[in-house]
Design a protein. Sequence first.
Length: 196
Amino acid sequence: MKICVTAAGSGLDAQVDPRFGRCQYFTIVEPDTMQFESMDNASIAAAGGAGIQSAQFIANQGVECVLTGNVGPNASDTLQAAGIKVIIGVSGTVREAVEAFKNGKLQPPTSGPSVVAHFGMGRGGSKTPASKGLGQGAGSGMGMGRGRGISTPGTSPPAGSTPPQPSRAEELSVLKEQFQMLRLQLDKITERLDKL
């Protein structure tokens, strides 16, 4: 079994990166032997589609489970369509995360994404699902996907502020992401139907 842990650095002693699509590294670990490979995330600076691109990359590596802090809706759907389990809320080092997984201390959530689209892009206004009891936060991004867009319970954007409208290029990018995600889901459904 191959496990992918999103990491802020290379190696087993690196901290878990709380972002999936825009994490610094993907560390793929064989939990029985603890052999690993750390790979740069080529999607970290993508203008759009980082979650889907990262999910497709992970699926191509033969990964069966992802350990991360958060996952957005597009990445979640893509990973689910590829049959990859996702465990969120993971922190500590890569080694600690894998050990916790091996010891049964980490369990997949009962629902999909843990953050809204574009979490971690540094745009602020990120919001976790209402089921977590967290309100909309002001974000703490610094641009280029390096900000964490962390929501703070009980906070909200300034009164009268409106979120920036996406540019035509951003909207096109999001639509392309959605198209790719739907195509992947359709392929998976077709494959299931053929098996039945």
